[in-house]
Design a binder for this molecule. Structure first.
Ligand SMILES: Cc1cc2nc3c(=O)[nH]c(=O)nc-3n(C[C@H](O)[C@H](O)[C@H](O)COP(=O)(O)O)c2cc1C
Length: 168
């Protein structure tokens, strides 16, 4: 098996946020895609180790923001390499609090989706959450960041617990 074949699969870059019992959190995810149009549904694959997993599983609510190419390495580092369990990721980040008290990230984002989790599939290390979209908003026309752009232009890497991690 050539592991590098997996690097040929294209993705986008997203922030997934949630809130449960007044605790807020969020993380970077590249494994977000639309599954159906009517009703509009989206899946996300999230590691069971992540604080965001705990919030999604318990609240059954997720907000997904699409990241733009101008997102800084510092910003991605905050959401992609640190845990909201012990670190406030939202200071110096623009958010809108939605009716469920979930912070919608609007910094370095061009659109967002407010969703209800209607199903989930346990895949050993990760859970695939199926989210039904209740509201979608376009913030601007800045270019969406792809996973490829993140690697090739930003020279970023992916941590071990991400679903698309490739061991060297
Ligand atoms: C480019 C990139 C893509 C990532 N994609 C995912 C993903 O799809 N699913 C996932 O569970 N973690 C993914 N991660 C890792 C999480 O963002 C990371 O573990 C984060 O620190 C979890 O934070 P939390 O504990 O506050 O939830 C990704 C990280 C990066 C940098």
């Amino acid at each position: 098996m050539d592991n590098l074949a997996f690097a040929k699969i294209p993705y986008g870059m997203f922030i997934v946020t949630s809130s449960f019992n007044d605790k807020i959190g969020g993380q970077i995810s590249n494994t977000v895609f639309q599954v159906t149009s009517i009703p509009a549904t989206i899946t996300i694959s999230i590691s069971k180790q992540n604080n965001t997993h705990f919030l999604l599983e318990n609240s059954k609510k997720a907000v997904i923001s699409c990241l733009t190419e101008d997102a800084t390495f510092e910003f991605i580092g905050k959401f992609g390499f640190r845990s909201s369990r012990d670190f406030d990721k939202f200071s110096e980040v623009n958010v809108i609090k939605n009716v469920n008290k979930i912070p919608i990230v609007t910094t370095f984002a061009n659109a967002y989706f407010e969703t209800d989790i209607i199903s989930s599939l346990d895949i050993n290390t990760h859970t695939l959450f199926l989210c039904k979209v209740n509201n979608s908003v376009v913030l601007n026309d800045n270019q969406t960041m792809t996973y490829d752009y993140y690697h090739k232009v930003k020279k970023g890497f992916t941590p071990k617990n991400a679903p698309t991690y490739i061991s060297k």
